[in-house]
Design a protein around this ligand. Structure first.
Ligand SMILES: Cc1cc2nc3c(=O)[nH]c(=O)nc-3n(C[C@H](O)[C@H](O)[C@H](O)COP(=O)(O)OP(=O)(O)OC[C@H]3O[C@@H](n4cnc5c(N)ncnc54)[C@H](O)[C@@H]3O)c2cc1C
Length: 466
């Protein structure tokens, strides 16, 4: 047996000094030589625990072997058999807690760089074959119609899987572009928008119709869709409603929700102002409240827009941060300052009601809470002030209540998420399925995709029995 190679191929990245002032992609991808070298580390173990760790069950050893065999079209085929959005997943999936966490190499050293290889295959396909589904053999049309509400990863994957089974699918999307958070939330420097568009185009090339600027619950309700010829509806409307701190001064000018800030910057291209006519306040001292991916993205956007100092203000320690490790490291390298064990008490404004400061508490960690993370506790009398002129609140999101409030018979939780069976996505309402952030609350791209795949299989079973 060949000796195990426990060190992974590093992926080239833009220099931190340069990248902290531009919106170009940070990670540059493997060359063909690097991809083959990394692929050769996979030991092709027969049990494939990596596949069990992948929510969409990609044949990981299979596509890695095809890279080694110089059979890139086969690598593409294997990858796309289970994953319609590989260029996206290869960039933003938390592989370190999924497929790579279960890789046998991880027991002794660095796991196979599965995400980076996935990205390599997707990028190769785009450059060499294009992403159209022209080579996919579709079954004869079943004549059954499905409405998919929302075009984030959940909606796109449900639509793609159902189209591949011969059903006629229409996606209704509220915004003027498809892609959900992939388009409006995750910044260009982590996930270039032409890559998202290429994968949306792939889904459309399977025959899926995408109706933009179509807010379900305003134009048509879910019941009206069902009464107008759709035999099933899949809800993939995500969790786009921001949460706030609810502390004094939060309505001051210069305080954004991360949703608004990122939508202005990414979807409405404020970073290319005045070429794009979207203003955004560029602060000199910017505080981002939160410790997840959304907080890291907001902080790194603020830096790239030209802020002198950007702080991540987080009430726990770095060990409890929910953001991907890689993105925390990227942010630190770029010069984002981390003010840990710190929590805002109130915001301070000037006479024109613009934010100028933030009074904060020092925090300490107590016993673990129900979720297993240590509870943050205020240190009484520890208040201090941080000068800021822009604040971005990135505390998390819940589902917009529009769908639940206009759809009779849908059951929701106290957090506003829709109740659906975990293994089928079936809601308690007849003919309606749901998956992704609308069910779980803010989670991950791949968990939304996994839920959508399970729901598509269940919808197919239902339609075939009609
Ligand atoms: C800034 C940011 C960074 C993130 N980084 C990562 C990361 O690195 N890795 C990762 O795995 N996850 C990340 N996530 C989380 C991930 O993006 C989400 O979990 C995922 O997008 C959820 O997919 P979804 O399809 O359920 O919802 P969404 O992506 O939110 O898509 C929902 C879509 O439904 C549309 N919609 C809503 N209501 C209606 C309506 N009434 N009618 C019609 N359309 C409607 C919305 O406009 C939207 O396009 C990040 C999230 C954010 C905000």
């Amino acid at each position: 047996m060949p000796k195990l190679n426990l060190n992974r191929e590093l992926m080239p990245r833009q220099d931190p000094k340069l990248r902290s002032r531009n919106f170009n992609e940070v990670a540059l991808g493997y060359s063909a030589e690097q991809a083959k070298a990394e692929a050769s580390r996979c030991i092709q173990c027969p049990k494939c625990p990596c596949v069990d760790g992948c929510p969409v069950e990609i044949d990981i050893p299979g596509f890695i072997k095809a890279i080694l065999d110089d059979n890139m079209p086969e690598a593409v085929r294997i990858l796309k058999d289970k994953n319609s959005l590989p260029g996206i997943c290869g960039r933003v999936c938390p592989q370190e807690t999924q497929c790579e966490a279960t890789c046998v190499l991880a027991k002794k050293g660095a796991p196979s760089a599965i995400g980076r290889l996935e990205r390599y295959v997707a990028d190769w396909e785009r450059a060499n074959m294009g992403t159209s589904a022209s080579s996919v053999v579709l079954p004869p049309p079943t004549g059954k119609r499905v409405a998919v509400v929302g075009s984030g990863p959940a909606g796109l994957v449900a639509a793609a899987d159902l189209a591949k089974l011969g059903h006629s699918v229409t996606i209704f999307e509220a915004l003027h572009v498809a892609g959900g958070v992939l388009m409006y939330g995750i910044p260009e420097f982590r996930l270039p928008k032409d890559i998202v568009q290429a994968e949306v185009d792939y889904v459309a090339s399977l025959g899926v119709k995408i109706e933009l600027d179509s807010v379900v619950g305003k134009l048509e309700t879910v019941d009206e869709l069902l009464n107008n010829g759709y035999q099933a509806v899949f809800l993939g409307t995500g969790a786009g409603l921001p949460m706030f701190l609810n502390i004094p001064g939060e309505n001051l000018n210069g305080i954004y929700s991360a949703n608004e800030f990122l939508t202005r910057v990414n979807l409405m291209k404020a970073y290319r102002f005045p070429e794009y006519d979207t203003p955004v306040k560029v602060g000199k001292k910017v505080a981002v409240i939160g410790g997840g991916n959304v907080a890291m993205d907001s902080a790194r956007c603020a830096l790239r827009l030209g802020a002198d100092e950007v702080y991540i203000v987080y009430r726990r320690s770095e060990a409890e941060m929910p953001a991907r490790r890689e993105e925390v490291e990227n942010a630190q390298e770029e010069g984002i300052q981390f003010k840990l064990l710190t929590n805002p008490k109130q915001f301070l404004g000037d006479e024109q009601n613009w934010v100028v400061g933030m009074e904060c508490y020092e925090m300490e960690l107590g016993e673990p809470d129900e979720g297993g993370r240590r509870r943050p506790i205020v240190k009484e009398g520890s208040e201090f002030i941080i000068d800021v002129d822009v604040v971005i609140v990135a505390l998390g999101t819940t589902p917009n209540p529009l769908i639940a409030s206009t759809t009779e018979g849908l059951k929701t939780t106290k957090w506003g998420t829709v109740v659906a069976d975990e293994s089928t996505g079936k809601t308690v309402k007849d003919k309606v399925w749901a998956g992704g952030d609308i069910v779980t609350g803010a989670a991950t791209v791949i968990s939304a995709m996994g839920a959508a795949k399970r729901a598509a299989a269940s919808i197919d079973e239902y339609l075939n029995a009609l």
